[in-house]
Design a protein around this ligand. Structure first.
Ligand code: GDP
Ligand code: MG
Length: 163
């Protein structure tokens, strides 16, 4: 089977934007579980000659606002269970949030390799916004921009190397 990379992070950081860029024209596969909505979640791609599957965990949504943190935990736990490498996505514009720290704690307990991708680093001025994310404890955060298509090759180089 193909190795699996999961994209994990709180809502709105840009997980689906990156997922769609990585899978390109390929179809994503949707799977349903009772009580959870999964939308466009599994895709396949290839980088540097390595085929892999990629999961957009953000497709899992629980409606009520009170359940957002629960939903984030469910996503992180599913990702840990199913994946070989985790891309932990955060948002340079929003900065570090308690929800990010919540995700970090869950990921930290796993033995899976984690790469921190700081999305919305849309220009060179924003590059300094990545530094606060060192405190998540997963090494050097990588600045990327899903909407501008910046840094995604370097991120995939790193993620695929960890597979
Ligand atoms: P998700 O909830 O984590 O899947 O996030 P989405 O991919 O749906 O993106 C959330 C919002 O952030 C959308 O309005 C995107 O257009 C926006 N967004 C995604 N990537 C970038 C980026 O690199 N820069 C900026 N400025 N906005 C982005
Ligand atoms: Mg999404």
């Amino acid at each position: 089977a193909r190795p699996i990379i999961a994209i994990v992070g709180r809502p709105n950081v840009g997980k689906s934007t990156i997922f769609n860029r990585v899978i390109g024209d390929r179809m994503a596969i949707v799977e349903d579980k009772p009580g959870i909505t999964r939308d466009r979640i599994y895709g396949t791609a290839e980088w540097n000659g390595t085929p892999f599957s990629i999961i957009d965990t953000g497709g899992i949504e629980i409606d009520e606002e009170d359940f957002i943190l629960k939903s984030i935990r469910v996503q992180a736990e599913l990702a840990i269970e199913e994946s070989d490498v985790i891309i932990f996505m955060v948002d340079a514009k929003a900065g570090l949030t308690p929800a990010d720290q919540e995700v970090a704690e869950i990921l930290f307990r796993s033995r899976k390799p984690v790469v921190v991708a700081v999305n919305k680093v849309d220009n060179i001025q924003r590059q300094e916004d990545i530094y606060e994310f060192y405190s998540l404890g997963f090494g050097t955060p990588m600045g990327i921009s899903g909407s501008h298509g910046l840094g995604i090759g370097d991120l995939l180089d790193t993620a695929v190397e960890l597979l």
